[in-house]
Write a protein that binds this ligand. Sequence first.
Ligand SMILES: Nc1nc2c(ncn2[C@@H]2O[C@H](COP(=O)(O)OP(=O)(O)O)[C@@H](O)[C@H]2O)c(=O)[nH]1
Ligand SMILES: [Mg+2]
Length: 295
Amino acid sequence: MGIFGKIFNGLKKTKDALVSKINSIFHGELDDEFFEDLEYTLISSDISVTATEDIIDNVKTSCKKQKIKTMEEFKEVLRDAMMEILANDEEEEDYPVAITIVGVNGVGKTTAIGKLAHSFKQDRKSVLMVAGDTFRAAAADQLTEWSKRANVRIVKYTEGADPGAVVFDGLESAKAKKDDVVLIDTAGRLQNKSNLMEELRKINKVIDKAWEGERKNYIVLDATTGQNALSQVEIFNEIIPLDGIILTKLDGTAKGGVVFTIAKEYNIPVKYIGVGEGIDDLQKFDVKAFVDSII
Ligand SMILES: Nc1nc2c(ncn2[C@@H]2O[C@H](COP(=O)(O)OP(=O)(O)O)[C@@H](O)[C@H]2O)c(=O)[nH]1
Ligand SMILES: [Mg+2]
């Protein structure tokens, strides 16, 4: 299946929910009642009120200007309005790059690292994984599995080791081997917030000191948690400056609209989306492909 097919399938739930609702509220005319129902429909798919207002304003203006009458024409206008909200200047990664992956437990950090490693490998980059989640032995084991699947190197310590030390060794190893990409896994125990903060600050400092290449901090958010994901952005952004978002599990929710909320409320671009558990199920976020997949 091509990239587009993957995104399309992964977003099927969101599309089914949105399109069937929009079709059901259309009663032959694009009048005030329709726009009110549309507003409600967008909000109920996890698009925030302010993002919805932007979309509705934009759509109303275009409908008037272009004298839109049919549902097919209307969907085109809606697509444009949605793309406008998501528009971001795509900047490519520079190499070598150290990417730190943060986020609460269970959102899909380790899985995202496995998929990212595979995708960089396919672009002929040499990749190193660093098992910075040293809290449970299972975490390093899980990452080791992914390193085998993606066929990349991994640096790990035993359970309970200092995450800063693992990260330091990982970066030294990457420099020695001239790796292009270092993917750093971290723990996400938000229950113990002060420890987590301390741990991430330390990792951050180690990278600042030991790494001269490009660096990025990406937060992983689980799309099925809806608006809950937003408070996680705030909490982590206080600890470590976030450069991008990896939004996972879009295949498991009809509320893919949360992408618009994130784009509107934070100035942090969605970089990748996860649409399944397999190694190929992570895609670079492409605004047009995304919008085409949900409308
Ligand atoms: N359906 C689906 N499941 C995912 C996706 N990403 C991760 N998962 C699953 O979410 C669970 C937690 O993932 P994990 O990487 O261990 O999360 P971590 O605690 O943040 O490292 C695992 O069962 C993954 O297979 C995705 O995009 N779609
Ligand atoms: Mg993990």
